[in-house]
Design a protein around this ligand. Structure first.
Ligand code: SF4
Length: 367
């Protein structure tokens, strides 16, 4: 794995900076402002994306703010320039989802992922700007998805990985009816400066417990656990070196104004005296394909690639992790060429250790 790939596997688009909620752990700096993406930005992105989609599977992920806060008319206008074979995904808090939105998702063949942190009492950080809890509105949106027979994923933030929480979350998601579950241990990034350090054994135990809950009833694709099992299987087969891509996926985020930030959507909207505004270009003045072709010359990206190489030579978990996320390094360490972060301890190292702990606890006595 050396440098950035010229073609990403997906593009993140920000139709509006606005979110109708104000979650306590949110990283977004501009979520109270409604800055909308223009159709000209979407057309410019589509000019690069459409040929990529013609050559193989390709996704656009609509991510905010809250993407539905842009409204159906605006979102439809932004999606229109993309070819029919581009897959569209939306990450939503679901509070605005109603029958009309469900009809829109079905007509656009849009795949929906809902942010929900488990039962009501685990969603205390999720409020609107008046401090009103969002939970009832979230489950109303999910009920609309189910009424329309639309499959959906769930994405949960966990900030207290204490015993019982993993089982509670998994069982909740079984009842919710999601097909896929992604779990994020809360991260210190963007405008969220809350501490994300936890007792190592507690986090390892959380992941081990999640594997146990999943194995009892594996109806849900459990994102992190499936990654870990794929890695463990590849180690046993001697094929682990083939799992990491040869070059890093640039995962461009196109902000509302057309500016492009690679690798970490969480850096969009921030600036730093050393690194500037983290952007690698703007699709209104240069094609996205051209921006990505030399994005590894962006100053901070070069520093990040050095950090990935430092991980490769120092960390026994590198084959699984691939070097972690740029934004976590920046927001935790203040630079991009460090190695371990609380995020990688919580979500890579202890994840893998949790899966192994589960395996050790359940191996047959004669094994
Ligand atoms: S687990 Fe942390 S230190 Fe190890 S490779 Fe990943 S980011 Fe680097």
């Amino acid at each position: 794995m050396r440098g950035l790939a010229a073609v990403p596997s997906y593009v993140v688009m920000q139709p509006t900076t606005l979110c109708n909620l104000d979650c306590a752990y949110c990283y977004l700096p501009l979520r109270a402002a409604d800055r909308r993406m223009s159709v000209a930005v979407a057309e410019a992105v589509a000019a690069s994306v459409n040929p990529w989609a013609a050559a193989g599977r390709f996704s656009v992920v609509w991510h905010g703010g809250e993407p539905l806060a842009a409204g159906r008319e605006q979102l439809a206008a932004l999606m229109a320039p993309f070819a029919a074979d581009v897959e569209h995904h939306v990450q939503t808090n679901a509070t605005l989802v109603d029958d009309a939105w469900c009809e829109f998702f079905a007509a656009q063949r849009m795949r929906v992922s809902v942010s929900v942190d488990g039962p009501r009492e685990r969603n205390g950080d999720r409020t609107d700007r008046a401090g009103r809890p969002a939970y009832d509105r979230i489950v109303r949106g999910v009920a609309a998805l189910r009424r329309h027979g639309l499959p959906f994923s769930a994405l949960a933030v966990v900030n207290d990985p204490s015993p019982g929480r993993a089982t509670e979350l998994y069982d909740y998601c079984l009842d919710l009816g999601c097909e896929v579950l992604g779990v994020n241990i809360e991260e210190t990034e963007g405008v969220n400066r809350r501490d994300n350090s936890h007792d190592a054994a507690a986090v390892t135990g959380f992941w081990a417990e999640l594997v146990s809950a999943w194995r009892r009833d594996p109806r849900i694709h459990l994102r992190e656990v499936e990654w870990s099992l794929r890695y463990a299987a590849a180690v046993l087969d001697g094929t682990a070196d083939d799992l990491l891509p040869r070059r890093l996926d640039p995962i461009p985020t196109v902000a509302y104004d057309g500016s492009v930030v690679v690798l970490s959507p969480e850096l969009a909207g921030f600036s730093d005296p050393r690194y500037g505004d983290f952007t690698s270009g703007n699709v209104l003045t240069r094609p996205l394909a051209a921006i990505l072709a030399d994005a590894d010359r962006t100053a901070w990206v070069g520093e990040f690639i050095s950090g990935v190489e430092a991980c490769r030579s120092s960390c026994p978990y590198f084959g699984f992790c691939g070097g972690g996320h740029a934004a976590n390094r920046y927001f935790e360490l203040g630079r991009f060429d460090g190695t371990e972060t609380e995020h990688c301890r919580n979500s890579k190292i202890r994840l893998l250790e949790g899966v192994l702990e589960h395996a050790r606890d359940h191996q047959s006595p004669g094994a």
